[in-house]
Design a protein around this ligand. Structure first.
Ligand SMILES: [Cu+2]
Length: 360
């Protein structure tokens, strides 16, 4: 197992500079995921380390790590597991495994009023099934998440129910504050179960698909079980997210995209367009809106709102932005009527449509 994790880390470091699809810690607090799913063809590897230090004179530091693997599948589903090596959930199982499947049927990015997701998993340490329903909605710079969980009782009693909520507040393109609170509806005082809380500063690392959480919490592991049961110990730690886009390896090699004309956040382009302008965006690995419906002579201005580079590339080769930096805008004036399928070079699973009608 140690060797397996070592290999994963090594391969993560070797590919760390590649443009990849990301699970962003700017979208969720430490203990509540909102049932985020990776894009199809992406494997998400996150590692989380939480530390406790004993009092003087020993000052012994103990690490409580959780490793995440999630595989993005079609139809906004994901399967994966969490592995925590220093679990206190069940005295018999210091190594806690949780295997899960997730589905995100409603997405705000796709026009739904909110994100709605569900997860069902099996925890080997608790020896039982756990489930979660979550709703989330972004309001401007804030994203609010609510969860309801049904958890197997590791000590063998009736199933536990946990309710919780989280908030992420985006301060800047690369920085957010995050926090959450989750509590069992019936906490077991014999087991010293407390409401679970966390607070963190979450950072997207510019020019990479990685995000980092620096956090404080009273929970141990990040499984549904672990993130629902607060302890009397405060832990400080960090989480780091590493996405791998498998489509890059199996989709055939594409020629390196040409670099986009130099662009700056806000505006950009050399020649100011004379006709009407339609604003479009790229966010969370999605072209928005899609389809874009315009008439001939209209200029579409695509702004990349993700922390990673994307492109807008027509399937028929009629336009290609090259790589658009995070925060930059690329414009293209559509002169010929037609329906143009577009995708992103680094992320071929990203699909968009531009419908151009004859201007009257
Ligand atoms: Cu992309």
């Amino acid at each position: 197992m140690t060797r397996f994790l070592g290999l994963l880390l090594l391969s993560a470091l070797l590919t760390a500079t590649a443009p990849l699809a990301a699970q962003s810690l700017l979208e969720r607090p430490p203990n509540v995921s909102g049932d985020w799913v990776a894009p199809y063809g992406t494997v998400q590897f996150n590692f989380l380390h939480r530390f406790v230090r004993t009092d003087a004179p020993e000052r012994k530091i103990t690490n409580f790590p959780t490793f995440f693997i999630g595989v993005g599948l079609p139809k906004h589903t994901q399967v994966g597991f969490l592995y925590a090596t220093n679990s206190t959930l069940s005295p018999n199982y210091p190594n806690e495994w949780e295997f899960y499947g997730r589905w995100l049927p409603l997405r705000q990015d796709a026009g739904a009023p909110l994100d709605l997701g569900g997860q069902v998993g099996y925890n080997l340490a608790a020896e039982g099934l756990d489930g979660e329903i979550s709703i989330a909605r972004a309001f401007g710079l804030a994203r609010v998440i609510g969860v309801a969980r049904v958890l197997d009782d590791p000590s063998g009693g009736d199933a536990d129910v946990a309710l919780g909520g989280g908030l992420v507040l985006r301060l800047h393109r690369y920085i957010a504050l995050a926090g959450d609170l989750v509590t069992l509806t019936h906490r077991d005082s014999l087991l010293d179960e407390k409401p679970a809380w966390s607070a963190g500063i979450h950072v997207a690392i510019p020019g990479t698909p990685h995000t980092l959480s620096l956090q404080a919490t009273n929970t141990n592991t990040a499984t549904l079980q672990g993130s629902s049961r607060g302890t009397s110990e405060r832990r400080y730690g960090f989480e780091f997210t590493i996405p791998f886009t498998l489509a890059r390896y199996f989709g055939g090699r594409q020629p390196p995209p040409p670099a986009a004309a130099p662009t700056a956040p806000g505006d950009t382009s050399a020649a100011a367009p004379t006709g009407p302008i339609t604003k479009a965006g790229i966010k969370s690995f999605t072209f928005q809106p899609s389809p874009i419906e315009i008439t001939t002579g209209t200029t579409v201005a695509w702004t990349n709102n993700d922390p990673v580079e994307h492109s807008v590339t027509a399937g028929d080769g009629s336009f290609d932005s090259g790589l658009i930096a995070s925060g930059a805008t690329w414009r293209h004036t559509c002169t010929k009527p037609g329906t143009y399928q577009s995708s992103c070079r680094p992320h071929p699973f990203m699909k968009g449509v531009v419908i151009v009608r004859e201007a009257k």
